[in-house]
Design a protein around this ligand. Structure first.
Ligand SMILES: [Zn+2]
Length: 305
């Protein structure tokens, strides 16, 4: 499901009116579906009808990543200068098959400073017939000079009711399970889809039950382990969702939680402890935007849980 239909419609209107910009930055919470949106956006640029018809050569080739004029940089880890140079070379060639070229950089905040400066040069004088699209969940980590050269598209959360309906209709879920997943997804359609396939939320809730029993030394070890292996923004998001759920249930005097099958009594935190943890999680989420090291962020969380 493409989350933000309204934003896509706006982009279509701009395209049809001939006011397409040369560079875009797509932002929004983690797992809202920025990449899917960016691909739909790119397909629109190549579509014969300018409308994501899904049937023409432009749509089909873009959606299946076999479009020779569509360059996607979607690497694990840091994005290095060589990748940006390679992209620049491709953008300076004439289009092979279509009238324009589109370059898409997923998770642009992962560029090294050299890579970011190299991209900045491209953005200053983008090759003709080229559109450059960046996506980022943490735009605070991007150079101001890059952000100022891109048209910003902020993706908004989808209403819960729509996610529940999609999960029932397209994924065959029962209504209570669809509702539980929608309660975790909090308006992020991509996350809802991922949870259907792999409920890693459940794993992270289990982890919270475990870490509450660990000593300080083990907590430090876990922080450094997690900093290397896990998406910290996603973890913080999950934990915020869980603690909000727990807090609401406690305040309402319920024993059932809306995001997990565990009961309130399975967790020992009292209301004040939960409020304190939520406060720390919120602060740490803001720190991520300012490039504070993940390990420090996790240590701070783990010491306070
Ligand atoms: Zn089409």
């Amino acid at each position: 499901m493409i989350g933000d239909i309204i934003q896509l419609e706006k982009a279509r209107m701009a395209y049809k009116n001939g006011t397409l910009k040369q560079s875009y930055l797509i932002t929004g919470p983690w797992d809202i579906g920025k990449k899917d949106f960016a691909i739909a956006f790119s397909a629109m640029i190549f579509c014969e009808t300018k409308d994501n018809c899904g049937k023409c050569k432009g749509c089909k080739k873009t959606n299946s990543f076999s479009n020779p004029d569509f360059y996607v940089l979607d690497e694990e880890g840091q994005i290095k200068i060589d990748s940006i140079r390679e992209l620049n070379k491709k953008l300076n060639l004439k289009p092979y098959e279509f009238e324009s070229k589109v370059a898409l950089i997923i998770g642009a905040e992962r560029m090294t400073i050299e890579a970011a400066n190299s991209l900045l040069k491209i953005l200053e004088e983008p090759p003709e017939d080229s559109v450059i699209i960046l996506t980022s969940a943490v735009p605070g980590q991007l150079l101001e000079t890059i952000k100022s050269r891109c048209q910003d598209i902020k993706l908004k959360n989808m209403p819960k009711k729509m996610i529940v309906e999609e999960l029932i209709k397209n994924h065959g879920l029962k209504s209570d399970e669809a509702l539980r997943i929608a309660n975790i997804a909090l308006g992020r359609p991509k996350l809802a889809e991922k949870l259907v396939v792999n409920d890693d939320y459940g794993e992270e809730v289990e982890f919270l039950r475990e870490i509450a029993k660990k000593n300080l030394c083990d907590r430090f070890k876990l922080a450094s382990d997690f900093a290397e292996k896990k998406n910290v923004l996603r973890l913080i998001g999950y934990w915020e969702t869980f603690f909000m759920d727990l807090l609401k249930a406690k305040m309402d005097g319920r024993d059932d939680l809306s995001t997990t099958k565990h009961k309130v009594k399975d967790f020992s935190w009292d209301i004040w402890a939960i409020v304190n943890i939520l406060d720390i999680l919120e602060k740490m989420r803001e720190y991520i935007q300012s490039k504070i090291k993940n390990k420090l962020i996790l240590e701070n969380i783990f010491l306070n849980i």
